[in-house]
Design a protein around this ligand. Structure first.
Ligand code: AMP
Ligand code: MG
Length: 547
């Protein structure tokens, strides 16, 4: 059934007016950039244009599962409105309101290191750019609302399991202070979707869902790459100019280096800052393909991501990545730089030479290093890294953390409890502070205990030099080392319940994760380390791209 028919079904000859019709849209992307001239929704290569107009596929019985009140408030949407059937119809893709002009974006990307050609929004449909009361522009996008010209043979849909993960993690990341796309709402469609979760010949019907994502822009590195690969240099320049004007307006007013170079430098810096945050909180994206890298340095496309439990730089949550570990925790900084190199390559036609871009890239690696050191200093509770001894202290800690399975989140909270003025005869007991962060405390060897005690001695000495009083240092450390993260098993528990029709755990987790740095009474169970049953359970330790 085509959406136009559906629309007339519900509106008939008397269009339904609602509060949603009063929203203000100013769709610059479609108003200023060329559209694919083909109107029909079939798979194709889309050249010399930036997007294809497309309608969402209507769904049977949409129901609201959860929403973010913070994003609702950003968009000036009242709670009553969000709970209305009007909202459910619009944010499942069944209805449009005045000013919406839906489209899917064209982009390409390097997937696992190889150029993959055109990818594009295969299951994301942008409804429009909403202007809120503060005149801020937010692009509203439905993920899982049906096929587009970019679906490449897939169905354009999303299942509840992956949608719960995307919804919760977007908001959790925001509250952790990590740059991210946001999620307004999560709806079930009332329809079933076939998925072979582990690509092992066991397809199952799963509940379908749609998440409404919200961001200032959904442009990706791959949006620029595809134009360059196709030698569409005129369009490349148009998209860069458009992006600078709309998303980097401050740049236009500065002078000095060329505007494009300054822009690229900002992308490098924003990307580096995002990665520093991921490393701080123990987040592993899992699919850092260039089509999943936002031009604004936002965490985007929550697929087979995961959170470090036991600290392990080689850990990847993505089963597709298990063999190569390209996207494991410890590789993320390097991969970000690799991705920036690919973006730089695609921008060469704007510069005519590579030297200035190479210079920026080189500086970006150094920029990352500085930011990363500053972050580690804050995690350790010292004001800044002063010399190589501080880097050594950090390096030694990282070596110790991998000696036994140590929960990263719990460890850093315990570290804040170390007393910098403690007398030597009580130091034995200090190890007890950390017992809760070990997955197998019985495995602690004498070698481990000695090495860690030595490290603690050095650490305490360093804290002494730093001079920040215990209480202040603890508060500082606890403001960057979260107590609550969206542990993989917690998301899975919420999914299990939700698939049984009980969505309360989504609500509960969303609420706890609003204040991730603050211990909350009665919520201790959400700060606990992964239980043993979750060690090898699908969804808790292994995830695939199938979503
Ligand atoms: P990812 O790397 O998982 O973000 O996705 C890579 C590409 O596959 C993007 O172009 C997505 O839009 C597309 N894609 C992923 N899942 C689906 C789906 N179920 N239907 C259509 N396209 C999809
Ligand atoms: Mg993607």
């Amino acid at each position: 059934m085509k959406r136009t028919e559906w629309f007339s079904d519900i509106s008939g000859t008397n269009p339904v007016f609602s509060a949603l019709d009063t929203l203000t849209f100013d769709n610059r992307f479609v108003n200023e950039l060329a559209a694919d001239p083909v109107k029909e929704n079939y798979l194709r290569q889309v050249e010399h244009s930036f997007y294809s107009r497309v309608s969402a596929t209507p769904v049977e019985n949409p129901e609201l599962v959860a929403y973010s009140r913070e994003v609702a408030s950003l968009l000036n949407l009242e709670e009553d409105l969000i709970k209305s059937s009007e909202f459910t119809q619009v944010f499942s893709g069944n209805r449009l309101v005045q000013g919406m002009d839906p489209y899917a974006m064209c982009y390409g990307g390097h997937q696992f290191g190889n150029w993959a050609g055109q990818l594009g929004d295969g299951r994301a449909i942008n409804l429009g750019e909403l202007l809120n009361a503060n005149q801020e522009r937010w692009t509203i996008q439905l993920k899982g609302a049906g096929p587009t010209p970019y679906s490449r043979g897939a169905d354009g849909l999303a299942v509840l399991r992956s949608s719960v993960r995307e919804f919760l993690c977007s908001e959790a990341m925001h509250h952790l202070g990590v740059p991210t796309t946001r999620a307004l709402s999560l709806l079930t469609t009332g329809e079933k979707v076939m998925r072979d979760m582990f690509y092992n010949g066991n397809p199952q019907l799963e509940p379908g869902a749609v998440v409404c994502r919200v961001a200032p822009s959904f442009l990706r590195f791959g949006s620029f790459q595809i134009l360059s690969f196709r030698r569409e240099y005129e369009e490349l320049k148009q998209l860069v100019d458009f992006t600078i004007k709309n998303d980097f307006p401050d740049l236009e007013e500065t002078s000095g280096e060329s505007l494009y170079l300054k822009w690229f430098k900002q992308i490098c810096e924003k990307t580096a800052e995002m990665i520093v945050h991921w490393m701080r909180v123990g987040f592993v994206h899992g699919v850092m393909n260039t089509d999943n890298m936002s031009i604004l340095g936002l965490t985007i496309d929550y697929g087979p991501y995961g959170w470090l439990e036991g600290y392990d730089p080689e850990w990847t949550p993505n089963t597709t990545d298990a063999a190569g570990r390209r996207y494991c925790f410890g590789n993320q900084p390097e991969i970000a730089i690799w991705n920036l190199y690919q973006l730089a390559n695609s921008l060469v036609p704007l510069f005519g030479e590579t030297a200035p871009l190479e210079e920026v890239l080189k500086n970006s690696s150094e920029y990352y290093l500085r930011k990363s050191q500053a972050m580690h200093a804050r995690k350790l509770g010292i004001q800044e890294f002063e010399n190589s001894a501080d880097s050594e202290l950090m390096k030694e800690l990282e070596s110790i953390l991998v000696m036994v399975e140590t929960d990263m989140t719990l460890f850093y909270r315990a570290l804040a409890l170390v007393d910098s003025t403690q007398v030597s005869d009580r130091r034995e007991q200090e190890l007890d502070l950390f017992m809760n962060s070990y997955y197998q405390p019985e495995q602690l060897s004498t070698e481990y205990k000695n090495r860690f005690s030595q490290w603690l001695n050095q650490y305490r000495k360093r804290l002494g030099q730093d001079g920040t009083p215990n209480e202040i240092r603890r508060a500082n450390m606890n403001s960057v080392n979260p107590v609550y993260v969206l542990r993989n098993f917690l998301a899975q528990l919420a999914i299990d319940k939700s698939e049984d029709g009980d969505h309360t755990l989504i609500e509960e987790l969303l609420d706890v994760l609003r204040n991730p740095y603050q211990e909350q009474e009665g919520k201790e169970k959400y700060a606990e380390k992964r239980p043993e049953w979750a060690r090898n359970r699908a969804g808790c330790s292994m995830l695939s791209c199938s979503s």
